[in-house]
Ligand binder design. Structure first.
Ligand SMILES: [Zn+2]
Length: 181
């Protein structure tokens, strides 16, 4: 199977062309779609997310996803970066919305991993950025509808089988290796 064919499988079918309205939209490369009728070309580029590892002592914060994809699994708080936003800005906005939490210290860039986020039948390839926030005392957390709860995880006892996204698992491993005393 070619990369273009793999991409075609990631899309809901049938795919109509947004320019001419015909059902002629097909994968042109692994990241682009072309209309076989009018030539319209669309690039399905990588999306970027920003997430936080909020640590306090030997623990760090994870949230339970309230919705699919990977509903019920552990995740780091964060989300998609919006148009015109910087990564740190997006992170602080997401933390305020998702956790009712206003960071008092600046987030420090830690690592990044690729991921696939499936929603509405479309596979979105993402680049997930992770920032570290070190707190001296556990902040007050008030979770919103996107998450069903939050947990302070002990660094040497991470329940990896409860993590849904590969990127989140990779980031938690990176953080523990980086932090290991
Ligand atoms: Zn067209």
């Amino acid at each position: 199977m070619t990369r273009a064919e793999r991409f075609q499988q990631c899309l809901p079918v049938p795919a109509w062309c947004p320019a001419c309205g015909r059902r002629k939209l097909e994968a042109d490369s692994e990241k682009s779609l072309r209309c076989r009728h009018c030539g319209f070309l669309y690039f399905h580029n990588v999306a970027v997310t920003s997430s936080a590892i909020i640590e306090c002592g030997h623990t760090f914060l994870m949230v339970r996803r309230a919705h699919d994809p990977h509903k019920g699994t552990l995740d780091f708080p964060g989300g998609f970066i919006e148009t015109g936003e910087r990564a740190e800005q997006a992170l602080l906005r997401e933390l305020a919305e998702e956790l009712g939490y206003e960071a008092q210290v600046d987030p420090v860039y830690l690592c990044n991993f690729t991921n696939v986020y499936e929603y509405g039948g479309v596979h979105y390839h993402t680049l997930d950025l992770y920032f570290l926030i070190s707190e001296q005392t556990r902040p007050e957390i008030r979770v919103d509808d996107d998450v069903s709860g939050h947990e302070w995880i002990t660094r040497n006892a991470v329940p990896e089988d409860e993590i849904g996204f590969a990127s989140v698992r990779n980031a938690s491993r990176f953080y523990r290796r980086w932090r290991s005393d």
